[in-house]
Write a protein that binds this ligand. Structure first.
Ligand SMILES: [Zn+2]
Length: 249
């Protein structure tokens, strides 16, 4: 196949296999190469998400996580290996990701994400992606996305099960349209059972959603994808934006 490329800003050799996709092309690759993404959490979901976004050739990835690598992480958090135990996750992640693709910028922040701290990172972001392991953060990421008009992908996992939703702020249903926020005095459930493959698949689907949403391809707006890896079922539930929700105020 002979293709004449016009745009000098695109690395044709590196991304040739996605550029020849009729759904992406030269123009699509240029869109991807300008994306700035804020990633909350770099654990089980965040490892494959960051790896695939970096490989796809985005412009800038900002990763925030407050944790250090521990032995029990290695079963599912595939960015890390035994030599990284005790190190800051964001520091290791930045090193691994920059080695994978030196043309993208990785900003790494060891920080606890809350209502105030997250404000420092949202300027000029095209997407905010939840790769956290707790409900409070998912609701927070959703609120920030809705309030600041940033496109958003949120996934959750437990054991062999996962769910994922994409939010086009104020246009499509948000996370809070579907799920009710846990009460303030809600205690987290402690360690949940997780098969390592489950966040592997859901984190990869989050990367796919960012790519498809950025390119205007069919995505999971107003659709909640429910994944059951025990039965191998992928079900899409149509969801409706609530008139009473924060995203409609
Ligand atoms: Zn809503």
């Amino acid at each position: 196949m002979n293709i004449t490329f016009q745009n000098k800003n695109v690395d044709y050799e590196r991304y040739s296999r996605q550029i020849i996709s009729p759904s992406i092309g030269e123009k699509g690759q240029e869109i991807l190469s300008n994306l700035r993404i804020l990633q909350i959490g770099v654990g089980g979901l965040g490892s494959p998400f960051a790896l695939y976004m970096t490989a796809a050739g985005i412009k800038e990835l900002t990763i925030i996580d407050n944790d250090v690598v521990s032995l029990s992480n290695l079963q599912r958090q595939i960015l890390y290996d035994e030599a990284d135990i005790g190190e800051e996750k964001v520091k290791v992640a930045k090193r691994v990701l920059e080695r994978k693709n030196s043309s993208i910028t990785v900003h790494a922040h060891k920080d606890f994400v809350d209502e105030n701290s997250i404000e420092k990172y949202i300027d000029n972001q095209d997407f905010i992606v939840d790769c956290s392991d707790n409900l409070e953060t998912k609701f927070l990421v959703n609120r920030v996305a809705v309030n600041h008009g940033i496109k958003c992908v949120i996934a959750g996992i437990k054991d062999f099960y996962g769910q994922i939703l994409t939010i086009n702020p104020r246009k499509s249903a948000c996370y809070q349209c579907i799920f009710s926020e846990p009460p303030q005095d809600h205690k987290s459930e402690g360690p949940l059972p997780v098969i390592g493959v489950t966040p592997g698949i859901l984190g990869t689907l989050e990367a796919l959603e960012v790519i498809k949403t950025a390119l205007g391809l069919p995505n999971l707006e107003n659709k909640l994808l429910m994944v059951n890896l025990l039965e191998f079922s992928f079900n899409i539930i149509d969801v409706i934006k609530s008139e009473k929700c924060i995203c409609s105020q």
